[in-house]
Write a protein that binds this ligand. Structure first.
Ligand code: SN0
Length: 347
C-alpha cells in the first residue's frame, strides 16, 4: 500500500478486519518488518490519540519514529506556489517535503481543513503535495476531508461489539437482521472539519456494499445519517446512504450511535462552507442524552474523541456501560498497525 486515504486503499474489509484481530492476538510478531525503517509523523494540528497510537503501532512493528510538530519549532511553511515569501513563513513546502522524506521510509501527515477555500480543502491540496513530492508512502492522519485511521478503528470496534446474533433478532421490526448504525450531528461551539463524518460514512457505506456480516443471522448493515438541514455531507462519501432529518426517528432501534459535530460542508450552499449555521444554544436538543438513547436497541455509543461533554453527549451517556469510546480509542493502535504493516510489506 502506497497511500492510505480511502477505504478502497485497504481492499477487502473482511481481510482487513481479520488482520486487525491477528494484530490483537500478538502485536509484536512483526518486529523484524520495521527494523531500521523510520516513520515520520508530521502534525500541522493538535493530536492526542493519533500521535500516540500511531507512534505505538510503529514501535510494535520494530520501527523508529520521528514526530514533527510543525507549529512547535519548525520553520513556518509556505504552501502556495508563486508567492513572494516576505511574510512570516520561512520555508516552502516544496523544499521541506523532499528534505523530510530523505530522513524516513513512511510519512504520516495531519493537516486539517483550513476553511479558506472549499476547492483547496476538497482537492486535498496539502496532502497531494506530500504524495507528489516525497516519493514515500503517505498515510492520512486526518486531512482536510478524511480521517481513515479513525474510521478503520470505528469499524473494528463495531465488528467486535455487535450484538451476538440470536433467533429473536431476526426478521420482525429488526428487518432482515440488519445491524443499525446511526451517525448523528451534535452541537459544538466551534467550526469543526467534516473529515471524521466523511470517513465514517465512506467506511460504513463500503461495509454495507461488501456485505460484511455485521447483523443478526449474518445480515448486513443499515446505515442512517441524521443532522439538521444544511449539514448535508459530500455525496462522494455518503453515496446513497439514508438521511433522516428527525433525530428521534433515526435513533429508533439503533444498535450503534456515532456522534460527531461538523461544520457546513457547503454542498447545497457553497458560500456556507465551514460555517456553523445556527447558534449552538438553539441546537442543544441534538446533544445525545438518555432521551434519544431510550428509543434505541440499547445502542452502544461511539465518538472519535476529543469530545465536549454536555454539548455532544451528556455525562451519563458517555459514562454508561454502553459507551465504547475508550476501546474505540484503543483500537486506533490496531488500525494504525495494520496500515503501517501493509506499507512496510510493500516497500
Ligand atoms: C477534530 C475534528 O476533526 O473534529 C479532530 C477529531 C479527531 N476535533 C477538534 O478539532 C475538536 C476541537 C475542540 O475544541 O473541541
Amino acid at each position: 500500500m502506497r497511500i492510505f486515504q480511502h477505504v478502497q486503499d485497504l481492499g477487502d474489509l473482511r481481510v482487513a478486519l481479520a488482520e486487525a484481530q491477528e494484530v490483537k492476538r500478538d502485536r509484536y510478531q512483526w518486529q523484524h518488518l520495521g527494523k531500521n525503517k523510520t516513520a515520520l509523523l508530521i502534525f500541522f494540528n493538535n493530536s492526542l490519540r493519533t500521535r500516540l497510537s500511531t507512534q505505538k503501532a510503529a514501535m510494535n512493528l520494530g520501527m523508529n519514529v520521528i514526530v514533527l510538530d510543525v507549529n512547535q519549532g519548525a520553520w513556518k511553511l509556505e504552501t502556495e506556489r508563486g508567492v513572494i515569501m516576505d511574510g512570516d513563513k520561512s520555508e516552502h513546502l516544496l523544499e521541506a517535503i523532499p528534505v523530510m522524506a530523505s530522513y524516513c521510509d513512511l510519512i504520516g501527515v495531519r493537516s486539517f481543513a483550513r476553511f479558506e477555500s472549499r476547492k483547496d480543502d476538497y482537492e486535498e491540496k496539502i496532502l497531494r503535495q506530500f504524495i507528489e513530492y516525497s516519493g514515500r508512502p503517505v498515510f492520512f492522519m486526518e486531512s482536510a476531508t478524511v480521517h481513515p485511521l479513525q474510521a478503520f478503528a470505528d469499524l473494528i470496534t463495531i465488528a467486535e461489539n455487535r450484538p451476538t446474533p440470536n433467533p429473536s433478532r431476526e426478521g420482525g421490526e429488526r428487518g432482515e437482521g440488519l445491524l443499525k448504525v446511526v451517525m448523528t450531528w451534535a452541537p459544538h461551539p466551534k467550526a469543526l472539519p467534516q473529515a471524521v463524518p466523511n470517513s465514517f460514512a465512506e467506511w460504513m457505506v463500503a461495509a454495507a456494499e461488501q456485505s460484511l456480516p455485521l447483523g443478526g443471522a449474518e445480515g448486513g448493515l443499515d446505515f442512517v445519517i441524521t443532522h439538521p438541514e444544511g449539514y448535508e455531507l459530500d455525496p462522494q462519501f455518503v453515496k446513497g446512504a439514508r438521511v433522516e432529518y428527525d433525530q428521534m426517528k433515526a435513533f429508533e432501534g439503533a444498535d450503534f450511535v456515532y456522534a460527531k459535530n461538523w461544520s457546513c460542508p457547503g454542498v447545497t450552499r457553497p458560500e456556507d462552507y465551514g460555517k456553523v449555521l445556527h447558534d449552538y444554544h438553539s441546537m442543544m436538543d441534538w446533544c445525545v442524552s438518555k432521551r434519544q438513547m431510550a428509543v434505541t436497541n440499547d445502542a452502544a455509543f461511539l465518538h472519535c474523541l476529543p469530545v465536549r461533554r454536555n454539548m455532544i453527549v451528556t455525562d451519563d451517556v458517555i459514562e454508561s456501560p454502553r459507551s465504547l469510546v475508550i476501546p474505540e480509542a484503543a483500537n486506533r493502535e490496531i488500525s494504525a498497525q495494520v496500515v503501517l504493516k501493509r506499507m512496510l510489506e510493500s516497500l
